[in-house]
Design a binder for this molecule. Structure first.
Ligand code: BYC
Length: 309
């Protein structure tokens, strides 16, 4: 072991020993984790909104049950993640406050609208697909509680992705209108999904340090490329296309080349100017305000209990 806390910490990282909440850790490591895990938790919770929009309009009882279960899973993911972030010394109320005041980010992808039923399939296949690509490596993240939460999240996400693909597969074999709906949903979700992986590596201020600390195991561009390679093959099974004329297999690089991402759109969404930013934040703030009586009742009950005992 090294002679000071910093060295001991780095040795643990180097030896792949997990960092646990009571271990010494640099302040910047703690803050980076709070930032990433809380934003991840917020994404899960805000991510329930675009899908929730379709619960009452699912085309069959089977589809409604699957959608309900999926959305409940997302709530669960949010809770594991908030709990993991709490071990770092931030309270859940503080995290909610940061979200409601617009200080904490959540994934850009959830600021896009769900216009047709095919969007639900596209979210499962593409959005959850991108989420898994990013989250499987997080199961090996250096912070124990985050890594352990990710194991269960990834199991559930892989079910989500398969149900999304299967739902689109049905549409892709349906009427001309259903096929059009399927292609339209793919067209609208494709580029925003590529943005989910974050800015390009040379414009990503956090990647280098997070990789040195083994919070992140791959860079944003590496994961984005893996995702393109996977989806470019899967889309063929649907007999659909991706809306990118530059998408082409590159023999030399052994990967797909793809077109330019509109990073200006990404910036706008992050600044709050995406199609649904306002709607999403209003819904979250309203849920918080509507729940005030539950928090008051729980506190009153706890106070009564403590007097009684
Ligand atoms: N949207 O230096 P960078 C899901 C921010 S899936 C918004 O590369 P980092 C779900 C970034 O936070 C989605 N903001 O950062 C799926 C940073 O801002 P701050 C959630 C983004 O952290 C289906 C700045 O841009 N997944 O939950 O090294 C249904 C510079 O970026 C985005 C996760 O959160 C974005 N797309 O890398 C329901 C996974 N991209 O904080 C739910 C965990 C970047 O400095 N998170 N930013 O102000 C991560 O793996 C990493 O945080 C990221 C970004 C790869 C996202």
């Amino acid at each position: 072991m090294g002679t000071n806390f910093e060295e001991q910490f780095q040795q643990k990282i180097d030896q792949e020993t997990k960092i646990e909440p009571k271990d010494w850790m640099p302040q910047k490591y703690r803050h980076t984790l709070i930032r990433q895990i809380s934003q991840h938790a917020h994404s899960e919770i805000v991510g329930m909104l675009p899908e929730g929009n379709w619960i009452t309009r699912a085309p069959s009882l089977k589809r409604k049950s699957i959608l309900l279960a999926k959305i409940q899973d997302e709530a669960g993911h949010g809770l594991y993640l908030y709990a993991a972030a709490e071990t770092l010394g931030i309270s859940r109320d503080e995290m909610y406050e940061q979200l409601h005041e617009g200080k904490a980010k959540y994934s850009s992808i959830f600021n896009y609208p769900t216009l047709t039923w095919a969007d639900i399939g596209a979210i499962g296949w593409l959005v959850d697909g991108a989420a898994i690509m990013n989250q499987v490596p997080l199961c090996r993240s250096s912070f124990g509680p985050y890594a352990r939460a990710m194991v269960r999240v990834c199991k559930e996400e892989s079910f989500h992705q398969r149900q999304g693909f299967e739902s689109l597969l049905v549409l892709s074999k349906g009427t001309e209108e259903q096929k059009r709906m399927c292609q339209d949903a793919i067209n609208r979700w494709w580029w925003p999904c590529l943005m989910m992986f974050g800015p390009p590596d040379d414009e990503s201020p956090n990647t280098l340090q997070s990789m040195q600390w083994k919070i992140k195991r791959f860079s944003n561009d590496e994961l984005r490329q893996k995702f393109v390679n996977m989806i470019a093959e899967q889309v063929k099974v649907l007999h659909m296309t991706l809306p990118d004329p530059d998408l082409k297999w590159n023999e030399e690089k052994n990967q797909y080349d793809f077109g330019k991402i509109n990073w200006e759109e990404f910036k706008q969404v992050l600044q709050g100017n995406g199609p649904c930013n306002k709607e999403r934040m209003d819904a979250r703030r309203k849920a918080w305000e509507d729940g005030a009586w539950v928090r008051e009742a729980a506190n009153a009950y706890a106070a009564k209990k403590s007097i009684a005992s």
